[in-house]
Design a protein around this ligand. Structure first.
Ligand code: NDP
Length: 314
């Protein structure tokens, strides 16, 4: 495939895949209730008053309601200590009615997040950041899989994108996205390259990829010349854009709509991939918003359902 001005990448719709997954989870939750009298329950702990975190937790609670999972939202003040949060986690670990525990990250600076994450019962670790679940995934024996990487694999599968034998390149090596998604792709028999801030000649490396995953945290960082023509590009990044000229550059035919959003509420969102340039080169790409982020919440529902089953040996 040759990049041309008229070529337009196919958009991989996260809304559709997320709705399908939530529909499947809802049906299974109903069956679990009627056959075994079990309603899965998620406890979401929010510490402090970070606006973005509060929105994420609200979306997760709303998704629970949609699929029939019971939920509780524990709000703790920004001044909470590691010990105070540990005692809440401990109580949730011991509460047999709670199937999944989610501690929304990032935590306030005074809290040692590794201590908290390690304290979560691995059987209730629906975010899959606890070292037991991280280790199982690294060994190729995944139990819980972190929600964003699991959502990326679902999106690829549901759009019939072949993973076996593909050259997959992951830019970013975080515990939350980069490393686990690379493990999952390897397990699915892709040939995986992991890139990071010390990678030499990054565009040359990313241009080898049939599947390119960007989890960097830098607005529109992956330009057209980083992308192999026809590749599938998965954009994990979520970055705020407040500058009208940047929006005009990033969004091509969508620019006016995005500039209107900046005028109305002060910002619009862009991923780690330059959307207008990717559109001219990629075969398929995920949008931001409306892509990977929606899958993350859907996979949390799936993990909570799994936790409820596994804890009861079902
Ligand atoms: P981190 O900041 O933890 O990791 C960023 C990674 O990008 C690091 O490995 C870093 O390399 C690498 N990196 C930074 N600069 C460069 C560069 N110039 N060249 C190559 N690599 C670079 O981020 P996360 O993985 O937590 O998140 C990434 C993005 O995804 C963010 O925008 C975040 O908001 C978003 N996100 C979205 C989710 C969703 O549901 N949609 C869920 C989670 C995250 P190094 O290790 O060398 O520093």
């Amino acid at each position: 495939m040759i990049a041309t001005e008229t070529h337009q990448a196919e958009i991989l719709d996260g809304r559709l895949a997320a709705a399908q997954i939530k529909g499947e989870v809802a049906a299974e939750v109903t069956a679990l209730k009627s056959k075994h009298g079990v309603t899965p329950r998620l406890a979401a702990v929010l510490v402090g008053d970070d606006t973005a975190s509060a929105v994420y937790v609200r979306n997760k609670i709303r998704a629970c309601e949609e699929v029939g999972i019971a939920s509780e939202h524990l709000a703790m003040p920004a001044s909470t200590t590691t010990e105070e949060l540990l005692s809440v986690v401990d109580a949730l670990n011991r509460n047999n009615d709670v199937d999944g525990i989610l501690v929304q990250l990032p935590l306030p600076k005074q809290i040692d997040d590794s201590v908290i994450i390690e304290a979560i019962d691995p059987a209730k670790d629906v975010d899959a950041f606890q070292p037991t679940n991280v280790g199982l995934l690294a060994m190729g024996r995944p139990r819980f899989v972190p929600c964003t990487p699991a959502g990326i694999i679902e999106l690829l599968d549901r759009n019939q994108i072949e993973i076996t034998g593909a050259n997959a390149c992951v830019v970013g090596r975080s515990q939350i996205v980069g490393r686990p998604v690379a493990s999952l792709l390897l397990q699915r028999n892709a040939t995986v390259t992991i890139c990071h801030s010390q990678t030499r000649n990054l565009p040359e490396v990313t241009r080898q990829a049939d599947i390119l995953i960007a989890a960097i945290g830098r607005p529109a960082f992956i330009r057209g010349d980083y992308i192999r023509p026809g590749a599938t590009v998965i954009d994990v990044g979520v970055n705020k854009v407040t500058d009208v000229d940047a929006a005009r550059d990033y969004f091509g035919h969508e620019a006016e709509k995005r500039i209107e959003a900046i005028t109305k509420r002060g910002y619009t969102l862009v991923g780690d991939v330059h959307p207008a340039e990717a559109d001219r080169v990629a075969g398929k790409r995920t949008p931001v918003p409306g892509g990977v982020g929606l899958l993350t919440v859907a996979m949390l529902m799936k993990n909570t359902l799994q936790a409820a089953r596994w804890r009861r040996g079902l």
